[in-house]
Design a protein around this ligand. Structure first.
Ligand SMILES: NC(=O)c1ccc[n+]([C@@H]2O[C@H](COP(=O)([O-])OP(=O)(O)OC[C@H]3O[C@@H](n4cnc5c(N)ncnc54)[C@H](OP(=O)(O)O)[C@@H]3O)[C@@H](O)[C@H]2O)c1
Length: 477
């Protein structure tokens, strides 16, 4: 029996162990993939460390993969007329990116991403358009695409093209489609779609897909608004956001609300990729209104788990984003998200992997360290498992990034995780240069989503120099 290498999760809280496993054969509707690269997600860390979602050990976890189709089961599209246009999985030929399915297969290790061979339902996979996309870039796509597309469905926003189909098929002024969504045919463009935390992996793809929603001629969105850290504002704009706001600005909510009013727009739909739920609620609350037909609800689709003690705002619904728990429905969702939306937009070249991947290691043995780095906020990266481009990828990129961060600011950041805040908190320690301290203290030192209701800023250490004396004194007070 053929075997392959896997990074096996032996028990809750234990690091992965490299083990040889029997290679399974694909069942009906399944692909066997030779995994070339995996991308790391925050959930991988929680699963390894806290056993989140894991019902049985030993198991193999991981979500994001790219690789080559090695074998296919019955009823997998191979390019026949019945299979619909474009979807074809050919053993030994088709390169894919895929969303691993172990979560929906009771943690059966055959379906986890962190191994050299993985079984995947074909609906969870997208054939890559050409050889130009590297395995590492491709591995960043599946989760990043699935989350915002599931947001648009959950928020009831018609899929691109669906509003026009609806309008021509249904004479009534209001219609509903299975992708979610109702819209009056003649409804004017009047909304800005808000994407919070848009520089994150799922946020960048939220911007790209939001831009395509806006460009749909029947869309009610006239603009895509986004928030990001200062350093990423240009990048998020380049992906298609019309306005990008600094989420660390204490006046960010007012700034967004004023901008929308200036633009003559309302904000009723928000994709929270990462960040503070309360800030999204505050923006949407400013635009709540009573329509003739009753109250018009605003909606937030949240990628992060909604804290059980989160305050609710009347008229603002919060939906935690996850694919359907019903198997047939989920496969249909993924078939659209991967096999239609992603395949078509990659082929047209109007969607690209984002953000640029950071390669944090090579081989399955590097995944433990990669997840540690992710937990410490130092990387969100991919691990190359093999393939033609693997040789050119090494840890030097990561070292370069870390070195330049330190040199630019003379500041060492400490990340505290598993704390009472809902997100990670950064505390800056060490000497802060006089000329930099305002910028650094305002930008780097923040404990967000904490129990105090405000962002907390902490600075320790000595700024040094006479010129800084008064600011030192002020700060210490
Ligand atoms: N529901 C699901 O199925 C699902 C799936 C995947 C991920 N998720 C969740 O989605 C979230 C994002 O995951 P990801 O992998 O996309 O994250 P990521 O790429 O690691 O996000 C990192 C970026 O988030 C931004 N950020 C950090 N704190 C922020 C804040 N308070 N406000 C706004 N932006 C902030 C930072 O942007 P700047 O550098 O610009 O400051 C940082 O660069 C995580 O909570 C993850 O667990 C959920």
């Amino acid at each position: 029996m053929p075997t392959h290498l896997a990074a096996v999760s032996p028990a809750k809280g234990q690091p992965f162990e490299l083990q040889t496993r029997p290679t399974p054969e694909p069942g009906p509707g399944e692909l066997l993939i030779a995994v070339k690269s995996v991308a790391l997600n925050p959930a991988d860390s929680y699963m390894r460390n806290q056993g989140l979602f894991i019902s049985t050990y030993p198991t193999v976890i991981g979500f994001d993969i790219s690789g080559l189709v090695l074998d296919i089961g019955d009823n997998v599209p191979t390019g026949n007329a019945d299979d619909g246009p474009g979807l074809s999985f050919q053993p030994g030929i088709t390169r894919v990116a895929a969303y691993a399915a172990s979560f929906w297969r009771s943690c059966n290790p055959d379906y986890g991403a962190f191994q050299e061979r993985c079984l995947v339902p074909w609906q969870h996979a997208v054939p890559l358009p050409d050889e130009k996309m590297t395995w590492n870039h491709a591995a960043t796509l599946p989760v990043a695409v699935e989350v915002p597309l599931s947001a648009w469905d959950a928020l009831g926003i018609p899929r691109v093209g669906a509003a026009a189909d609806l309008a021509s098929n249904i004479h009534a002024s209001v219609g509903t489609d299975t992708g979610g969504g109702t819209r009056k045919k003649d409804e004017k463009q009047e909304e800005a779609l808000l994407i919070w935390g848009a520089s994150s992996s799922v946020g960048t793809m939220g911007v790209q897909s939001g831009r395509l929603l806006k460009e749909d001629q029947n869309s009610s969105f006239a603009a895509v608004y986004a928030t990001a850290g200062l350093a990423n504002i240009k990048y998020v704009s380049s992906l298609g956001a019309d306005r990008v706001f600094d989420y660390k600005d204490p006046r960010v909510v007012d700034t967004i609300v004023s901008a929308a009013r200036e633009d003559g727009l309302v904000i009723r739909h928000c994709f929270l990729a990462v960040g503070q739920l309360a800030l999204c609620q505050a923006v949407l609350k400013a635009f709540l209104r009573i329509d003739e037909g009753g109250e018009k609800k605003a909606k937030i689709g949240s990628a992060p788990i909604v804290p059980p003690d989160a305050d609710m705002v009347d008229g603002v619904e919060i939906i935690f984003l996850q694919p359907s728990t019903e198997e047939g429905e989920r496969l249909e969702q993924f078939r659209y998200w991967m096999g239609t939306w992603l395949r078509e937009n990659l082929a047209k070249g109007i969607v690209r992997p984002s953000p640029e991947p950071t390669v944090v290691g090579k081989g399955l043995g590097a995944i433990n360290a990669g997840l540690d780095m992710l937990l410490q906020g130092r990387a969100d990266g991919t691990i190359a498992l093999g393939g033609d481009d693997a040789e050119s990828l090494h840890l030097a990129d990561q070292e370069r990034i870390e070195t330049s961060r330190v040199a630019a600011t003379d500041v060492y950041e400490t990340l505290i995780y598993d704390n009472i805040t809902f997100d990670q908190a950064s505390i800056m320690t060490g000497n802060v240069r006089v000329e930099n301290w305002r910028r650094i203290a305002g930008r780097k030192v923040m404990i967000a989503n904490n129990k105090f209701g405000q962002d907390v800023r902490i600075m320790t250490g000595d700024q040094g120099g006479d010129a800084a004396k008064s600011s030192n004194d002020k700060f210490r007070k």
